[in-house]
Design a protein around this ligand. Structure first.
Ligand SMILES: Cc1cc2nc3c(=O)[nH]c(=O)nc-3n(C[C@H](O)[C@H](O)[C@H](O)COP(=O)(O)OP(=O)(O)OC[C@H]3O[C@@H](n4cnc5c(N)ncnc54)[C@H](O)[C@@H]3O)c2cc1C
Length: 469
């Protein structure tokens, strides 16, 4: 039987000073859930070969492995499990190959999303799913969570843009799945299987994306509503009208008050706003102006036809200015009490107005402050229960969290649209996913990770273990 000391000695042979065992900084103990657990060791690989060697050793010594990007995850995916090695991917941050001729880019997992898009802009291209954490989060974390953002309304989540992956798995070592082609049916949809796997099937060491042409301009519009229920109806009306909108969000009063209080960005003092983005494709500036006018008129006509009262819209000729306010939502809400319980539910778009209405009712019934914001055009919301840290596990708070998930499922929806299951939602899985499908996921995991060492206990319940809420 080999010992931990031998394991660490072998790790040191591979990683040298890039292995941490003593005084591991607290930043490695958690992610944005703030759940803390100490890792046994941290390694910072510089290339795929080192990751390959690490996984071989982890198999030999039966040591759990937890991948980590920037630790901005909101479901505990990067939180250490007992006795694990945390693999910090931030040093593997090279953009390996930009291929404008095929609208593709090959990157290492530690590249930061916004930094990649800044490079791609030089080629008139962009990677669309734009999480609000884009200035911090890594590509590996985005792929592992199947992250999305406002622009996923038009362009879909990360999964729709990954066409190839290099993955290192305990069972098969280093494999490549997917293809450089625009279509590919030579295998099962393996790339898709790995996207959203939350570090439980293997470690990504290269990601191949397809890219979209970037529009010459993006217009931002904020529509204020004195009643959030009207805002919910407006979102669905805009969806149904089939207008060429690239992002469609809803933000409520509690969220705007928090953002205004801590960042003073001047969100309107209304019950809710709908924030949307319209792309303008004309290359000529004069024509682009006419295009903008036309698109604004279409929006106005759609809202007027609803017969609900909407305040004076604010128009931003550079949509990024508007999104910088929206991106502050989660951070600002957390500052209200130093803590929060953020949901991630999603329903079919036609049920969004009802979801909004019933969350408001539920907040009243439980006497809780529940902020609502999210990628509403997709039917997606982050109902966020605002509580002090010591009240996080209060029975009524946990019951309200479950009720929100049950409500989404009842409306034909799901418990997570983008933040993943991780460790915080595993106890809620049974509200949506059947036992057979859970077993199927366990069997699939066992094919790639027969020793159960990849981020165990996250995403899929460990076989035979009862998930704890
Ligand atoms: C302020 C704020 C706003 C946010 N907004 C959004 C949003 O709009 N949309 C959205 O989808 N999310 C959002 N998030 C959540 C989070 O930013 C995303 O899930 C992001 O993709 C996580 O990236 P990361 O690099 O921080 O990953 P981490 O948190 O470090 O890890 C996340 C998961 O990825 C796994 N992982 C990391 N790297 C690899 C790898 N190389 N191979 C295999 N697995 C790996 C980890 O094990 C873990 O399970 C937000 C978070 C914050 C704090």
């Amino acid at each position: 039987m080999k010992t931990r000391t031998e394991f660490l000695r072998e790790l040191e042979d591979i990683f040298g000073s890039r292995l941490l065992v003593e005084d591991i900084p607290k930043s490695y103990w958690s992610d944005e859930t703030k759940i803390e657990a100490p890792p046994s060791a941290v390694v910072r690989p510089k290339d795929a070969s080192e990751v390959e060697e690490l996984v071989k050793l982890a198999v030999e010594f039966q040591v759990p492995v937890v991948a980590r990007g920037s630790g901005t995850g909101l479901s505990g995916g990067a939180v250490p499990v007992p006795g694990c090695v945390v693999v910090d991917f931030t040093a593997m941050n090279r953009v390996l190959e930009v291929r404008p001729e095929d609208h593709q880019v090959l990157v290492e997992p530690g590249v930061i999303y916004d930094e990649l898009n800044a490079q791609l802009a030089e080629h008139g291209l962009f990677l669309p799913p734009n999480p609000a954490s884009g200035d911090q989060c890594t590509i590996g974390g985005m792929v592992a969570e199947n992250a999305s953002g406002p622009r996923s309304y038009k362009y879909g989540p990360t999964r729709d843009w990954v066409i190839g992956l290099e993955v290192i798995t305990p069972a098969l070592g280093r494999i490549w799945v997917g293809s450089r082609t625009r279509k590919h049916v030579s295998t099962y949809g393996l790339t898709s299987l790995f996207v959203g796997s939350e570090g439980t099937l293997g470690l990504f060491t290269k990601v191949l994306f397809k890219l979209a042409p970037a529009p010459p301009a993006r217009l931002g519009v904020i529509l204020p509503f004195s009643d959030i229920r009207d805002a919910g109806r407006a979102v669905y009306a805009l969806f149904k009208a089939g207008l060429d909108i690239s992002a469609l969000e809803l933000v409520d009063r509690l969220t705007m008050e928090a953002v205004n209080k801590f960042y003073k960005v001047g969100f309107p003092e209304e019950d809710a706003v709908v924030m949307l983005e319209v792309e303008c494709w004309s290359k000529d500036e004069d024509r682009r102006f006419s295009e903008m006018e036309l698109k604004l008129a279409e929006l106005e006509a759609t809202i007027s036809a609803l017969g609900i009262s909407c305040g004076e819209p604010s128009v931003f000729f550079n949509a990024d200015e508007m999104w910088s306010k929206r991106a502050l939502a989660a951070e600002a809400l957390e500052k209200v009490h130093g803590c929060m319980l953020m949901g991630d539910v999603i329903v079919p778009p036609s049920r969004l107005p009802e979801l909004v209405e019933r969350i408001r009712d539920l907040a009243e019934r439980y006497g809780l402050s529940i902020a609502i914001f999210g990628h509403a055009g997709d039917g997606h919301l982050h109902p966020t229960i605002l509580v002090a840290k010591e009240d996080l596990f209060r029975p009524d708070v946990r019951e309200a969290e479950r009720e929100i998930v049950k409500l989404a499922v009842q409306l034909g929806g799901a418990l997570s649209g983008e933040h993943g299951i991780g460790m915080t939602r595993i106890g809620l899985l049974e509200l949506e996913v059947s036992q057979q499908v859970v077993r199927l996921c366990q069997e699939l995991k066992a094919v790639l990770d027969p020793y159960g060492i990849m981020n165990p206990g996250k995403k899929v319940p460990i076989k035979g273990a009862r998930p704890t809420p």
